[in-house]
Design a protein around this ligand. Structure first.
Ligand SMILES: Cc1ncc(COP(=O)(O)O)c(C=O)c1O
Length: 218
């Protein structure tokens, strides 16, 4: 039996098992090897045309480096919203909205925003639900780094909040990325378990690094 014939039904079963915990449809659950792969999967699958990505000064280093890479290789610019703790959630949201407004007033468009559920340094819970709401109001895709969400935040309201992408650590083994708008990535339908490589081919993304298969084409 080939790998894909044996593996894919098991993968579907795993997705169906996890989906109710988050109250999201099964087809919105995607397993990826780790948090940085999740962020890279999203950012490298979007097409940028002079757009802006907004993030906070508290973003995790590896995720910020991914933004830097995409900004160097595509027509994307980044804008970083400075956070200086202690500060209130309302001020975090306010600074974000003010920055988005500034970008629009300069004639550019914020296409996507990346923010955390719980920061690495300092370990603060971010008002991610309010930030998703602001993103929806402004028509901005929301990419949430949920590396520290497990055990800290009940995510059963995730489907209701409705971010575009969120990954979270699952049992310290794999990471889980939700991909609710996979089909809407620049109008290009993508199978959720496949990652498009820069040369246009696609790779199967599996639950463990050892099963990540570069170059496996659909
Ligand atoms: C907020 C945050 N995002 C992303 C990561 C990267 O996680 P990984 O090494 O699993 O890709 C970390 C790691 O600690 C983190 O704290």
């Amino acid at each position: 039996m080939s790998f894909e014939i044996a593996f894919l039904p098991l993968l579907e079963e795993a997705r169906a098992t996890v989906a109710p915990l988050l109250r999201v449809p099964t087809n919105e659950v995607v397993f990826v090897p780790n948090a940085t792969t999740a962020v890279n999967t999203v950012l490298r699958n979007l097409v940028f045309e002079g757009d802006v990505i907004a993030h906070f000064s508290t973003a995790y280093g590896a995720c910020e480096k991914t933004i830097d890479y995409v900004c160097e290789t595509t027509p994307l610019q980044s804008t970083s919203v400075m956070l200086e703790y202690p500060m209130e959630d309302a001020e975090v949201v306010q600074r974000f909205i003010e920055r988005v407004r500034d970008v629009y007033q300069s004639g550019r468009k914020v296409k996507i925003a990346m923010f955390d559920t719980v920061l690495t340094f300092p370990g603060v819970r971010m008002p991610w639900e309010a930030l998703v709401k602001a993103c929806k109001t402004w028509g901005i895709l929301s990419l949430i780094d949920g590396a520290h969400v497990l055990g800290h935040i009940d995510l059963s309201h995730l489907g209701e909040v409705g971010p575009d992408f969120l990954h979270k650590q699952l049992l310290q083994v794999s990471h889980l990325m939700l991909h609710p708008t996979a089909e809407s990535l620049d109008g290009t339908p993508k199978a959720p378990q496949y990652l498009t490589l820069p040369d246009g081919s696609t790779s199967l993304v599996a639950a463990r690094s050892s099963t990540f298969l570069p170059g496996t084409t659909t």
